[in-house]
Design a protein around this ligand. Sequence first.
Ligand code: WTA
Length: 635
Amino acid sequence: MSYYKIEDLQHYFKMYNKSIKEPKKFWDRIADKNFTWYQKWDKVYEFDMQKAEFKWFLNAKVNITKNCIDRHLSKRGDKTAIIFEPNDPNEEAQHITYSDLYVRVSKMGNVLRDQGVKKGDRVCIYLPMIPELAVVVLACARIGAIHSVIFAGFSSKALQTRIIDCDSKMVITSDGGFRGNKTIDLKGIVDDAVEHCPCVEKVLVVKRINSEVNMKEGRDLWIEPLLEEASSSCLAEIMDAEDPLFILYTSGSTGKPKGMVHTTAGYMVYTAYTFKNVFKYEENDVYWCTADIGWITGHSYILYGPLLNGATTVIFEGVPSYPTFSRFWEVIDKHKVTQFYTAPTAIRALAKESLEFVDNQDLSSLKVIGSVGEPINEEAWHWYNDHVGKKKCPLVDTWWQTENGGIMISPIPFVTPTKPTYASLPLPGIQPVLMDELRNEIEENQVVGSLCIKFPWPSIARTIWRDHQRFIDTYFKAYPGKYFTGDGALRDEVGYYRITGRVDDVVIVSGHNLGTAPIEDAINEHPAVAESAIVGFPHKIKGNALYGFVILKEIGETRIQDNVRKEINQSISDMVGPIAKLDKIQFVSGLPKTRSGKIMRRILRKIAEGDLSNFGDTSTLLNPEVVEEIKNERL
Ligand code: WTA
């Protein structure tokens, strides 16, 4: 395409090679040039891949909020830091300047301190997408508390597991949230969760929907009166480069979520660097990422990355379908958004609606459009490129993970020619490799292998909260000396990567990573269920949907079976969250198992996908007759 200049791509390769040959020099320069430090580092990095130990910018002292806010005050005090676009388009948008943000974060930091939160304490945050969510996150970082944001779509049980796991002394929530034409009772969910969390001393509550909520004496406090009293300057805690900044939970192949720990300096340097380059951010741009701050994308590319660059970032409370399917496009026009970053599942959902919704809006402000969270299929890619980017905005298909902290593989706008379904080239400093089953590096093109990274980068997660062994086992055991992503990928002749999907027990449904184990646990809670297995299968809008194979203790009549189906989904909703509900539930008399008792999910996956031709090697199968039955009764 015409907007690429070959010199630029050559420049990328030059930079890339430099970053690989001399990573110390490369990252030293970036860290030195772009941030305010209390004290610089003695050493750029130190690591041990076997022990999964990583340190970046050793002994440096810094506070990330000084870099997100204070540093901008002299030049950009009156510049809008956050545009808040409410769920209801008739409610006025808010423009929060960097000076306002300074005051709001300082007051909130003081409130947290007054309520007994100290450096290193964990604070769980369960809030809708409102400015207070950003403010609370930054306030934690200001005073050195470790924030753990829990996506406000999770159930009380899921919330409770996370609060207990990180031993959080405080939970911050709101009286509720707006979402499309619904309201969500967040405080009620928190009450149910906290009842079983002895570690929680205080629950602070933000007013958003003005609903009647229960306030427990001695535990619950409205936040607004506390903020009014609080001073508007708040001394930033001096943090060591390796002090934890936050914990963010992600699904794994066992029922227990993994609390990924990110630390301060490396995360700061990498998110700032990648934000600027991947979105080609320029001073007067208005950047909008539609993710929720409850996920890593929101942490790194709604809050930290943009604010570190002094950018204007949009926080959107609503959903793409409310009040109509042109909502996203109207918001782009209204705020003259220049960079738009969303997920394939949203694109697919909008692409199936009338073209008028998108074509009737003025999207001429857009310069770069991005995608994240799951592979973007060819059809969605073209729709996004043609109707949103109007074939003039580079589409950056960004591959990365919670564990990575920031974008790892992505085109660079106007530099890397884009290719549908390919995340393209690694960013400087990132060294991907593809591994075969014998743990050899795959050199050939177009061969799918396990995607690994063979050298650390500044924002690699440092551990799983209080479970370093699990960190080693999950990411550093399968391919010794390398970080294993859990994704499959292939490479083309130019060196572009195409991510083919998860190779483990995680299924991405509508962009949400769901471990199969906690969902199976929820199904098995049902008194009529003996055993279950779930797998993903392709879905036109959601990317993947879930298919459950369930053994009942007694085969009842159809009417009862239908009830059990409903109850199973209710149990999943309660234990994990509504996003994890099953699309299909097939009752079976047994599950295909190996002689060692492991469920052969590969076969179930094929059946769920409707690919009944070849199940591969089934010689270790204990009960082949079950496969026939399941196949014949497939839904
Ligand atoms: C998937 C989200 C293909 C992948 C930032 C990864 C992608 C998981 C892409 C991490 C992409 C993310 N193309 N697949 N551009 N981006 N993924 O932790 O399977 O919520 O391992 O982080 O999403 O999801 P997570």
